[in-house]
Design a protein around this ligand. Structure first.
Ligand SMILES: [Zn+2]
Length: 371
């Protein structure tokens, strides 16, 4: 049984809403959230030709349980669950069984295990090249789209090398040096107006629309799907292809707060952004789409629900991260060859890196590798 049929079976069984037997007072119930359409069988181009574009989507804290809860509230369907290739990834860091977003982000961005708190450095403290930097070195355009603060650990892992994720001023300087073609999200408080202007030089698209994180999904509307669409339009003009990282940053935060409704809202918002990315993959052969998480947050456990009513019951086991494996979904060019079975989170990065075109093209102006 593949994941898609598993979730459809889950949805079909949703009418049997069995109450949780353990700690029922901790079970939260969410119902009646706005649903979105998901096409049943998307036609996706699959070739083994070199990858021209990479869309790398990271749901911060998005474990199997967050996805399962989101699927139930959306009638059993998610764009995520239509991706044809799946794998599992281990998330242990170099220092802890339970990773944080810095070590998790560094594994996904740079392909090395490191200590919790570390950004862009390996366990020996040596700077590592990220996928965004590797793409820039190949002349590809780079975009970063987040719903959190652009200097947070996950996006920072793609452009900064610092000993600790709390070094926001150094991380901001690294972004100013790297200057991707597209930067959309929050984190304006770390940049002066002049610095924000410099992120927009030479026709770059850069908008940091909140001092820190963007507002929660319930308040920010369709900002993430729209920003993914804007980023793809802008980046696809680059003749040498592009690398786009998208983070659903606030799935993690909602689960830290043990708020099921907010967790599901963030998951559904991320899934709508996945729908935008899938449309692009369908229309642009040569694109690889990979979607995963840095870790699971909240020890979320789905204990009941009803897909027909869009209802889910679940409880949180912790207000921190958990150590369970996370899913990897892939579609498009080289997805079938690269993404199957079990791998470490570092293996997700390594598979994307070897799918990139050869390193023989000059960098675009302003796309310095130094950070
Ligand atoms: Zn977290």
């Amino acid at each position: 049984m593949n994941l898609r049929s598993f979730f459809l079976t889950l949805a079909a069984a949703g009418g049997l809403c069995i109450p949780a037997s353990a700690a029922p007072d901790r079970v939260q119930c969410v119902t009646g959230l706005q649903q979105h359409e998901v096409p049943a069988e998307p036609m996706l181009p699959e070739e083994s030709a070199p990858v021209r574009n990479v869309i790398y989507m990271i749901g911060d804290g998005m474990g199997i349980d967050q996805i399962s809860c989101g699927a139930l509230t959306n009638g059993g369907r998610l764009h995520l669950l239509t991706l044809p290739h799946t794998a599992l990834a281990g998330t242990v860091s170099a220092s802890h069984t339970i990773t944080d977003s810095a070590a998790g982000g560094t594994a996904l961005a740079c392909g090395c295990k490191t200590a919790n708190g570390c950004v862009g450095l390996n366990a020996a403290g040596e700077p590592q090249e990220s996928l965004a930097e590797a793409a820039a070195a190949r002349g590809m355009a780079v975009g970063l789209v987040v719903t959190g603060d652009i200097t947070d650990a996950t996006p920072a892992s793609f452009y900064a090398k610092v000993k600790h994720r709390s070094m926001a001023a150094d991380i901001a300087k690294a972004l100013l040096r790297f200057r991707p073609q597209v930067v959309l999200g929050g984190g304006a408080a770390h940049f002066s107006p002049q610095e924000q202007e410099s992120l927009r030089e030479e026709g770059r698209l850069a908008e940091l629309t909140a001092p820190g994180d963007l507002p929660p999904a319930a308040e920010r509307g369709d900002v993430l799907p729209q920003n993914v669409d804007r980023a793809l339009r802008r980046l696809s003009a680059c003749p040498q292809g592009f690398f786009l990282m998208v983070e659903g940053s606030r799935i993690d935060k909602a689960a830290h707060h043990e708020d099921l409704e907010d967790t599901v809202r963030e998951l559904l918002d991320f899934d709508r952004a996945v729908g935008v990315a899938l449309d692009f993959v369908r229309q642009h052969p040569g694109t690889l789409l990979v979607i995963t998480a840095d870790h699971q947050t909240g020890g979320l456990a789905l204990t009941g629900g009803d897909a027909a009513r869009g209802e889910v019951r679940a409880s949180f086991g912790t207000n921190g991260h958990s150590g369970t494996v996370v899913p990897v979904f892939a579609a498009g060019t080289r997805a079938a060859r690269e993404f199957r079975g079990f791998m470490q989170n570092t293996g997700v990065q390594q598979r994307i890196l070897r799918a990139l075109p050869p390193k023989n093209t000059p960098a675009l102006p302003g796309m310095s590798q130094k950070s």
